[in-house]
Design a protein around this ligand. Structure first.
Ligand SMILES: [Zn+2]
Length: 212
């Protein structure tokens, strides 16, 4: 696979770079100034640049398991917090999008932890995954775990997106930028199967398909 990546880079240099050389040269000389930040899962199927048809310099991206933004005051907020701080204070991005997705293994791991605990089943221990996804546990307090599996999955994934979105407001400089109308935040959920993009409705935690 690594060999294929090296071949891929060679192709990038000869094909992509030739077409976009002006943009790439400008970015290397002037630095980046992306207007949009995306917070998404590490999942290999979620590729913001491909999904949104963007190029180098367009998106400032943070990826972690289950697209979690911990609350500002949490000890777990250092990694996402550093990226958010840079994006908002230095790059002054105009939009931050929390992008969740269908069939998220990270959210499934959190759901399993919760259902195993309810059933008094022994938890499969992990070094980091369990404690990381646990950050988003408050998001799932309203989930009906007796519902159909696909409903539980989608509802839990969307609830985690809303949780991260809401936590963005606990970062004082994000809150200020939104109040000054210099920044907007968004909560989106991607369904691979139907190839649809959903967004959180304004003033509600429900999701609706984005029309285009
Ligand atoms: Zn995921």
């Amino acid at each position: 696979m690594v060999k294929e990546l090296v071949t891929g880079f060679k192709n990038f240099r000869t094909n992509y770079f030739e077409k976009k050389s002006q943009i790439l040269q400008r970015l290397s000389q002037e630095g980046q100034s992306p207007k949009t930040m995306v917070i998404c899962c590490s999942d290999s199927r979620v590729e913001p640049s491909i999904l949104f048809d963007t190029g180098p310099g367009d998106l400032f991206i943070v990826r972690n398991v289950a697209n979690i933004v911990p609350p500002f005051a949490s000890k777990n907020s250092i990694s996402a917090g550093a990226a958010l701080e840079y994006a908002v204070k230095n790059l002054m991005v105009k939009d931050i999008i929390v992008l969740g997705h269908a069939h998220c293994g990270g959210v499934a791991a959190l759901c399993k932890k919760i259902t195993n605990k309810k059933a008094n089943m022994t938890e499969h221990s992990t070094d980091f995954i369990g404690s990381w996804v646990d950050i988003a546990k408050p998001a799932l307090s309203e989930i009906d775990f007796d519902d159909k599996k696909e409903n539980i999955e989608a509802n839990a994934e969307r609830a985690v997106v809303v949780y991260s979105y809401t936590n963005l407001l606990t970062y004082p400089w994000i809150y200020d930028a939104i109040n000054k109308k210099a920044l907007k935040i968004h909560a989106w959920w991607l369904d691979f199967k139907s190839v649809t993009l959903w967004k959180k409705a304004e003033g509600s935690d429900s999701f609706m398909p984005i029309e285009f």
